[in-house]
Ligand binder design. Sequence first.
Ligand code: NDP
Length: 479
Amino acid sequence: MTTIQNYINGQLCPPLSGNYLDSVNPATGQVHAHIPDSDVQDVEAAIQAAQKAFPDWSNRSNEERSRILMTIAQRIEEKLDELALAESQDNGKPLSLAQKIDIPRAASNFRFFATAINHYAAESHQMAQVAINYTTRRPLGVVACISPWNLPLYLFTWKIAPALAAGNCVVAKPSEVTPLTAYLLTQICQEVGLPAGVLNVVHGLGPKAGNAMVIHPSIKAISFTGGTQTGARIAQQAAPLFKKLSLELGGKNPNIIFADCEYDDMLDTTIRSSFSNQGQICLAGSRIFVEASIYEQFKADFVKRTKALVVGNPLHASSNVGAVVSKPQMEKVLSYITLAKEEGGIILAGGNRIIVPDCEEGYFIAPTIIEGLAHDARTNQEEIFGPVVTMMPFETEEEVLSYANSTPYGLSSTVWTSHLKRAHRVAEQLEAGIVWVNCWLLRDLRTPFGGVKQSGVGREGGWEALRFFTEPKNVCIKL
Ligand code: NDP
């Protein structure tokens, strides 16, 4: 049993109230850690520590900050096995996925922004014979980073790394559902000598500890990833305080399959974009639209491949699909399957909870495929965030675009076609922040990342993240 501690002013410390919450391993349904139930006092202490650390950290050279962040990246890689095991036990995802994707990406996040900051340059604008302007970009001060449970260390570091690289001091909160790897990260920060107060991690509940960060007047910016409703609440509270906001929210992403696609590649990738991480990826392609001429063939192949997926103990190498993150999440997903049936959907695969040997109390759901629903049914409009996809045929480009763009979300889209002009045409018309053509989840960390409509405000990634975490100031000098 691990007792997680907050990380404030360089020290691992208990919550000031002395209160802890249970953290459950979703594969076993058993409590496996206790986490601080932090409140406003802990957040206040963290913000004070960050404020104290800011003058020194922000005035260090980029190279110096970069060097420390590179060391953190290296330690994450050295501790890959320990971190991956913790991530799998905390989240329910297959250990192999945490080893291949989550933890390596956390190291890449630190390395990417540690090097990016050395190449980040300010601008100058000359007014011939009149004046010269130069623009500085200084860190904001103390910023808050709040992250969700689906990709715990991956998304936590995606926020913290650019904030620290740019010279800010950070007060961060991982999801209370998956706090373990953030705790291990704070141990790494201690080991490598990150100066006290530069990063502070306060564990606890969103409406309590998270909210205390959101409304604190000394927090200059909030980088948030999570659900759309939580994002709306945060925006409502932060806007009158004039904080900078980056909101990465939910998705209900279309996966559009034209008959001229490279079929085998499409099928392999569609299995991943539907069920990787138990479908708990904001970028999952949860609505599959298939050109009518190949619909029946795709349906037969996709159902067969889906039924062959092994739902099992996340620690076993043979498991393709692990547990969903929590009991409430499992119940939410199952309730959407019930809704789909009520709406007239036909279950082609899955549709039920699975009892896994060795993990009888775990929260496992069979990968589920539903057909026969209208594009505007609730099941096709609301984010389910589990191993559930719907599929339906289409005849024309125009028709599928109207289906694809019909939800309130606009995070990502996938298009499968070998027709170059169509790829451009469809990509142009999709209402989404990211369009993948003949691939999925292929990420270059330099590219802007984020959504339109209710999928978010602002962009992360590359220079966008460094711009978010800095304030431009223009200086105009008359010649
Ligand atoms: P939530 O919105 O419930 O929570 C996200 C984080 O915000 C958690 O740390 C949570 O703490 C915290 N929080 C909750 N309420 C508040 C509040 N009032 N003030 C401040 N912080 C708060 O999302 P989930 O963790 O359930 O994650 C799933 C959602 O995240 C899905 O909708 C998914 O689409 C989205 N997501 C979006 C991504 C993107 O890049 N666009 C990427 C990944 C996920 P606590 O856990 O204690 O409640």
